[in-house]
Design a protein around this ligand. Structure first.
Ligand code: BGC
Length: 909
């Protein structure tokens, strides 16, 4: 028997987090061993008592904050802390032990810990800054020589405070944030590895802060705590609203920090931001997310963040008391440099400017190494694509300038920005002293550090490239919030894009903490009417209520619940979701969502004309919300609400059928999106589902086997086809090479997903520069189908947090093999299939504690065998293809292999 163990302990989806709000302490682990899975657990939590001693508290049971006792449950995630109140700023250790089905117990796990968010009384610091140093603010509209950007933006202050440490230090924590962006420094070293901290929220509603363990950075004697402070989302350029571009939340950046040093003798010392800090400007003349940075290295005050520096000429800071806006421990993953991408070629454009190609459209910046005489002025411009003549194409950036400039001081220097981010594949470098070679420049990839959880590989190289485009599109746009694009003057958290992509996102990467953070932004952006806004954080726009956009407020939390078992997020946002549902019902008492549609983007960017009636699309999404709300209410123990939402859904569904469905199963307008929504959202009367799916196929055929879906329908199209028995048609769309299609992008050099199907065409060249991003993730929502259908890795019906799975590969199209994996909250799931010489072979890996229903498609399902030669538990019709059978095996944890006669006709074309 496998030994039983609990490993991979996490709190609020983070490993040993240094700041968690008491209400968000939710624990999880992975169960290992024990063939029958976890049957029980016990958690205990104790205040930390100092290195080496804290485990004592756990072990003796003395002073425990919480002992769950043995709980008979298979749950391994979202275990809510239910003990003594947790103290502000305190550290707690915790452990878990588990029992398997035979009653075998594990030992206590290795302890993990978490530290609790500071409550308002835990803050003593004041906001500091230098005020606005900004002259003649004008939104930049051109790259004129007078450089309005440089005039519009201010230099980056350096802030410093010297202090003395004269006793042995036990521990030290730096709690830090900015209205703007900060880089904290202690004794000449950078604190932590987060960039673009503290991240983006609506700073008038909540301000995220980070906590770092800086014990190891302190020294005996003089110490210096410092920070660089940039405009960032707080007062730099964001979005497309140039009028407010320079001051969305306030006029000038401010910094807030407190360093709490605990000494071995039990005393403590607090260094907080206050009037004792000094400030000066340095090399960074401006730094802006959209515009880029300018460094004049001669102005760098070397050594400013270390002891012994003479700061006597530095300025006094302006001080402001904290107000009532809550400071919250950042619940999301930090933005980091996650990878370096080397240059692959250097060419010259017709004007002789050097263009470096990194081979991949990506979010981040370029680090260049130079060695030359002083006074070189190097300019790095970034773009996603090249114009036909080989020069950098920047028209589609609109007013975003994404340009970094450096004036050097000579000798060997490494140059890179730190408070900006660019979306680019190419960099035009001018003014470089000496020979620029491939080693002179490297692209640094910058985004929210969401660990990869999915993989996909098939026998079709182009499809593997599509998969890479989807993941790069996600990485490029998950930067503190899920943005639409990383390059032009937009980069904002559109809800519609996020909802259609959420499921794909959750397969590619662990986005539990990322979306949990953003859902707070979504709640903050909700209008008093209950309407969810179209973007979150909201900026100064009150656009709200748009169908398929606002609905993200229900769809995304529900997705997190299904995928991660995150009921905490449902509880936190149930009130907001209810307000949204009330808003919709108030506006539409006849249960047709035809009013209060806000900006109604409808099936945004559907190729050709968007013919789906807006009230059809809106009503479908509303019915879907109601169905999900019923499940959500059920999940958090509100059966009355659940019944209410079930009732609401039947009324909306009836109104939908009455208004849009004909007796023969046709749906008004007959667009692919109309059918995809009606089928996905289970709005068709049961007896008309098949007919409706048939009409969908006719609509696809009539479009020459092309899709015609925009953002609101695209993610549902292929799953709907497969679920309705038309996997062959789904593959036909997937493998379509002509416009519009995914393959068209890939065949034409895409390395990320385009915003528009026809962002570039051989006949016409680029789409209108006013809206033509080469890095938008929405159309990449086909990723969900690759995982759920091609690999077949899916939740079992009704399952939560992958506690039960179904592996049902829809092998088809021209694929002869596919393999991939998904690291769920329960552990790694793998699927690998191959058809060769008339045989179909499937290998499946199932994590401990999980049961899988494996469905092997076959020509003679009764002949399929597992590795031990055992026959299937049953045979059934394969739903992805009428006439195909599947062999059904119910299996537990471990690796399994199956083989049998390949299906002869059916899903293979
Ligand atoms: C954005 C989209 C967004 C849309 C709403 C565009 O400008 O780039 O991604 O969803 O506006 O209509």
């Amino acid at each position: 028997m496998n030994p039983v163990a609990a490993t991979g302990l996490r709190c609020a989806y983070q490993v040993n987090p240094l700041g968690v709000a008491p209400g968000r302490v939710r624990l999880s682990w992975e169960f290992e061993g024990g063939d029958g899975g976890q049957r029980g657990y016990q958690v205990r939590v104790a205040p930390w008592r100092g290195q080496g001693r804290w485990a004592g508290g756990l072990a003796s049971g003395e002073g425990l904050g919480w002992d769950s006792g043995r709980v008979d449950s298979a749950a391994t995630a979202d275990i809510r802390y239910a003990g003594q109140p947790l103290a502000s700023g305190a550290r707690y250790a915790w452990q878990v032990r588990v029992w398997d089905s035979s009653g075998q117990a594990s030992g206590w796990s290795e302890p993990a810990w978490f530290e609790v968010e500071l409550d308002p009384s835990g803050w003593r610091a004041s906001w500091i800054g230098l005020g606005r140093i900004r002259l003649n603010f004008k939104p930049p509209t051109s790259l004129s020589p007078s450089d309005p950007v440089a005039r519009a933006l201010g230099p980056v202050p350096h802030l410093r405070r010297a202090f003395t440490v004269d006793k042995p230090v036990a521990s030290a924590r730096l709690h830090v944030t900015a209205l703007g962006l900060y880089e904290a420094r202690l004794n000449g070293r950078r604190v932590g590895d987060a960039v673009l901290a503290p991240g983006w929220t609506d700073y008038t509603r909540r301000i995220p802060y980070q906590t770092y363990d800086v014990t190891g950075l302190l020294a005996d004697g003089e110490n210096v705590l410092g920070a660089l402070l940039a405009d960032g989302w707080y007062c730099g350029f964001i979005g497309f609203d140039a009028k407010r571009a320079g001051a969305q939340y306030g006029p000038a950046p401010e910094f807030l920090a407190q360093l709490v040093i605990r000494f071995a003798d039990g005393s403590d010392q607090w260094i907080v931001t206050d009037g004792r800090w000094r400030a000066a400007f340095g090399a960074i003349r401006h730094a802006d997310l959209l515009m880029g940075e300018r460094h004049d290295l001669a102005l760098e005050p070397h050594g400013w963040d270390s002891p012994g520096f003479d700061a006597s000429g530095w300025l006094d800071v302006r001080c402001r008391d904290r107000d009532a806006v809550p400071l919250v421990a950042d619940p999301g993953p930090p933005v980091r440099v996650t990878q370096e991408v080397p240059a692959v070629s250097i060419t010259a454009d017709p004007a002789g400017r050097q263009i470096v190609d990194f081979g991949q459209n990506l979010p981040g910046w370029v680090r260049i190494s130079v060695d030359g005489p002083p006074g070189a002025c190097i300019r790095v411009r970034h773009g996603e694509v090249l114009a036909a003549d080989g020069s950098l194409y920047t028209e589609n950036l609109r007013t975003a300038r994404q340009t970094d400039e450096y004036t050097t001081t000579g000798g060997a220097q490494v140059l890179e920005p730190r408070f900006t981010v660019h979306g680019f594949r190419y960099a035009e470098i001018s003014g470089y002293p000496g020979d620029l070679d491939l080693r002179s420049a490297v692209a640094r990839v910058v985004h929210s550090d969401t660990p990869a959880t999915g993989s996909f590989e098939s026998s079709q190289p182009w499809l593997n490239r599509l998969f890479a485009c989807i993941d790069w599109g996600q990485r490029s746009n998950f930067i503190s919030v899920p943005t639409d694009c990383p390059q032009r003057d937009e980069r904002i958290g559109w809800l519609g894009d996020a909802q259609i992509f959420a499921r794909t996102a959750s397969y590619n990467r662990d986005v539990a903490a990322f979306f949990a953070k953003w859902l707070d932004d979504v709640a903050d952006a909700q209008l008093p009417s209950g309407a969810y806004s179209d973007i979150a954080p909201r900026l100064n726009l009150d656009w709200a209520g748009a169908p398929a956009w606002g609905d993200a407020g229900v769809i995304v939390p529900w997705t997190l619940y299904r995928v991660y078992g995150d009921a905490g997020c449902l509880e936190r946002h149930f009130g907001a979701m209810t307000a949204w549902m009330d808003f919709l019902e108030r506006g539409n008492p006849d249960y047709l969502r035809s009013r209060a549609l806000g900006n109604s983007y409808n099936d945004w960017l559907a190729p050709g004309q968007d013919l789906t009636p807006p009230e059809l699309l809106a009503t479908a999404y509303w019915a879907h919300d109601a169905a999900l709300m019923a499940e959500i209410a059920e999940a958090i123990g509100r059966p009355d609400d659940a019944a209410g939402y079930r009732g609401l859904r039947s009324k909306i569904r009836a109104a939908f059928v009455e208004a849009f469905v004909e007796a023969d199963g046709r749906v008004s307008s007959g667009t692919q999106t109309a059918y995809a929504l009606a089928l996905h959202m289970l709005l068709m009367p049961d007896e008309l589902r098949e007919a409706a799916a048939g009409h969908l196929v006719e609509a696809i055929e009539a479009a020459g086997w092309h899709l015609t879906t925009g953002f609101a329908g695209v993610g549902y199209l292929l799953p709907v086809l497969s679920s309705a028995g038309h996997t062959d048609v789904a593959y036909r769309l997937l493998e379509q090479q002509g416009l519009p299609s995914w393959r068209y992008m890939v065949d034409h050099g895409a390395t990320t997903i385009w915003e528009r199907w026809d962002a570039w065409t051989a006949e016409r060249g680029f789409q209108s520069p006013w809206m033509n991003s080469f890095n938008h993730y929405s159309l990449g929502s086909v990723g969900e189908w690759l995982y759920r259908f091609v690999l077949g890795i899916d939740l079992a019906p009704g399952a939560v947090g992958f506690d039960q799975i179904r592996v049902r590969p829809h092998a088809g199209g021209s694929l002869t093999s596919a393999r991939g994996s998904y690291r769920s909250v329960r552990g790694l799931i793998t699927s690998e299939w191959e058809r060769r010489d008339g045989e179909f072979r499937l290998r499946v890996g199932v994590p401990a504690s999980v049961r899988a229903s494996v469905r092997v498609p076959s020509g003679q399902a009764g002949e399929v065998r597992d590795a031990a030669g055992r026959p299937p538990a049953g045979v059934a019709e394969f739903p992805g293809a009428p006439g195909v059978m599947e062999a059904v095996f119910e299996v537990g944890p471990g690796r399994h292999e199956f083989s049998g006669p390949a299906p002869r006709r059916l899903i293979w074309p």
